[in-house]
Design a protein around this ligand. Sequence first.
Ligand code: GLN
Length: 559
Amino acid sequence: MTNRTHTKFIFITGGVLSSLGKGLAAASIGALLESRGLRITLQKLDPYINVDPGTMNPFQHGEVFVTDDGAETDLDLGHYERYTNARLTQLNNFTSGRIYHSVITKERRGDYLGKTVQVIPHVTDEIKHWIREVGTDVDVAIIEIGGTVGDIESLPFLEAIRQFRADVGKNNVCYIHLTLVPYIKTSGELKTKPTQHSVKELRSIGIQPDILLCRTERDLSEEIKGKIALFCNVPKDAVITAVDVESIYEVPLRFHDEGLDDRIVEVLNIWTRSPHLDQWRDLVHRIRHPECTVTICIVGKYIDLKESYKSLNEALAHGGIANNARVILEFVDSEDLEQDTPAAQQLFERLTVCDGILVPGGFGARGVEGKIRAVRFAREHKAPFFGICLGMQMAVIEFARHVGEMPHANSTEFNPSTPYPVIYLMTEWFNPQRNMTIVRTQQSDKGGTMRLGAYPCVLQEGSRAAEAYQTREISERHRHRYEFNNDFRDRLEACGMRFTGLSRDGQLVEIIELEDHPWFLGCQFHPEFKSRPMSAHPLFRAFIHAALQFQQNSKRVVA
Ligand code: GLN
């Protein structure tokens, strides 16, 4: 097998334990290589058996990130898109489940011509095929292997990337291993043993890392770097300190200061210009020196696990950066707002001191009534309100019930026999990405029946949405089953609800706003997936701006 395209490949593995920030490391490496003028892409290989993370509980797996082409992917793809210009698709995230699914489909079709189908070579060949596939048309493909070295599940992926270097040639592959160098308080020392063991484990399966990223609380001394280099068989300048930082957007700069990008281009034998990092420096400066603070309350279900609203939290931070403000997030569990108890009352007090209220996306009936209460609070107190996907649906339901005089209005997701199904399931719906009509019922499979990925939306002139976007047509990403029910459009419009974003044919309601409110907007799509630190999403920029104005008008000062 030859490497016809001359693409270089970087493989990133992780050791010792999970959650060391492999995704951020991969994204930061992508940013550094782009700053040197290289065209890059990123791919995540996840060792679990689910075909995609779409059906996984956000409590377990964190957010499901959605790409333009409607792939439901690992949240690390969100980091990749936020840090780089790479536009990701189905090709950029594979799970073991998806690899096996494709191998088994081929086997059933008879493609293997009677051979015994085995992990090596059939599964590893399949993995290598998709790695090569993602590497067409770029200078460097950065491949992150999920999980931790030593897990049974990740072995086929590791074997595939081991073989890959022999396939494409030594100078075309760079192995980077992320490990932990813990600081032990009692002895006041940084410990290198876990790193040594993890590298030993990696070498036992035939992979000698070229570069080590050492996650640590404190800077690594030259002496420690020397020790790690000696025991792990890498040059000393290939031992990179990945020290904890205040903002995740500092990581590319820290890596650069440690010489990481120099080292990578050396291993891969690529000639590039020196990196242009002014944009990143400016970004970090703005994050470190905000002019003011603004508090946003997120009323949701998965509030205990920040990972479940990853892109949302980032998009709010970006909205802050664009307004020179630091955004403080307050999380309220919507279920707690449902009772009529003093505790719930106290939570409403917390809403009173917030500058804006956001109800994010979600699935399932739990906590829905609390979200509706939060919407009502925002509407009546004229506090800036931003409803995303389920959040928009909640806003429609709240308005129908309390302004439109439609008692028990609901979504058929939560009450199939509501007298006013203002949000409902379209039983027949054309999926343009798959070019087919999807027929679904309340009992349909959970996988494959959602409206997923990018859809165009036309904005109404003069609306807050149009003012924010400064354009008439936009494209945003979706991930939901239920839609606004047009049977109620006229009635709600007569009461003051505005439908300011519609599909091109005017049939699907994508954005709602309220008249007679400083900033009240709900959107059926997920704008958070397209926000970037250096160019905040227009709706998040506008929402934070409205929150700052609300703060000023009510003359409240936040400490
Ligand atoms: N549960 C709602 C639906 O399926 C909203 C989904 C979401 O917020 N992503 O339509």
